[in-house]
Design a protein around this ligand. Sequence first.
Ligand code: XLS
Ligand code: CA
Ligand code: CA
Length: 442
Amino acid sequence: MAEIFKDIPKIVYEGSDRSNELSFKFYDENRMLMGKSMKEHLPFAMAWWHNLSATGADMFGVGTADKRFGCEQAATMEHAYSKVDAGFEFMSKLGIEFYCFHDADLVPEGRDISETNDRLDEISDYIKSKAEQTGIRCLWGTANLFTNPRFMNGAGSSNSADVYCFAAAQIKKALDLTIKLGGNGYVFWGGREGYETLLNTDMKFEIENIAELMQMSVEYARKQGFEGKFFIEPKPKEPMKHQYDFDAATAIGFLRQFNLDKDFMLNIEANHATLAGHTFQHDLRFAAMNGLLGSVDANQGDLLLGWDTDEFPFNVYETTMCMYELLQIGGLRPYGGLNFDAKNRRPSYTYEDMFHAFILGMDSFALGLINAVKLIEDGRIEKFIKDRYSSFYEGIGSKIRTKTTTLEQLSDHAISLGNPTLPDSGKQEYLESIVNSIMFGG
Ligand code: XLS
Ligand code: CA
Ligand code: CA
């Protein structure tokens, strides 16, 4: 098999003062921080769809990037094999250990499900042999239940029972593939699981059907010996106007309502959190404080644009706060990782750009990790937060926390205070300047 990225060497850490642009400036996989190597802290994954399939086509123009990787004709089985070769060469050159896929990313759809499934069996044999040679494995798999026109009204939320069965068939196969390829996670992103108007939609009915499909999927996977986690990936909108898994809080409510929270965790994507009007850190924290932060789609959006731009992470404040959350839950393994669900900008169309994108993303997360460790070791932020609630550690406050008081007693306490005092200052600007001094203070 011929080398595809011929002019690109193996990317290694050379530090920020070196002139070799095709090197990591901050990501040093062997550097130890808080008892673990950077590589262990940062289980990076490549998204098959953006990296190996997407050509930069948008609503106004065709693709700019040639992703045939040396084969003649796109969307053939020959192309499917080239993508595997390109993907494994790409990940090996970057030292990436994991990938994520949709069924539809791997092979062109056949005339019917059986033909598609045969193709998936064939290509997954090849992927498996590559995995055995390189040690690179699947992080999570999923089924594309949004591209085919039959899913115009959703999959689990479709009004058509037949379409619902097509979704089930794809999920069944994608679960088989995930298990075969050693994945420890399976994602449900509710691509078209939502609605445009209540004039044609029974929302309760649709949500119950989605839950039932998830329940059946869990039962099937457990029967096949899958011991990993299922993930819901929240997103508030796009493609639908209203999507049912709006954000972490909504998805957690749904999981609890249908008793799915033992088998499921959340896959939080930065760009989806900001589309929901939250910071990335907010949704990470919401999932984490409920014990349900399972995996991360590591990208960033553009706050000036109201859609899902899936950019490579560049904002080091965001990666710092992400790693701050992840360090506090002990990381994402053994189930999840940091999946670069991100694509090059349309004018960045060369092979070299693909590598620069990953160097940027991996370095941004390495910087985030370094900063987050410093924030934790510095301890001032954590201490400030703890002290801020000190009025609850004794007296009437402690009685509230231990549930040993009543509304009448609280009222009596307030009356006894006479003139109420103000709570202590929130000191936001002081705290922000601590973050800056830790990040840039050397
Ligand atoms: C789209 C989603 C999708 C999921 C996997 O916005 O991010 O790519 O991660 O289906
Ligand atoms: Ca995603
Ligand atoms: Ca996205």
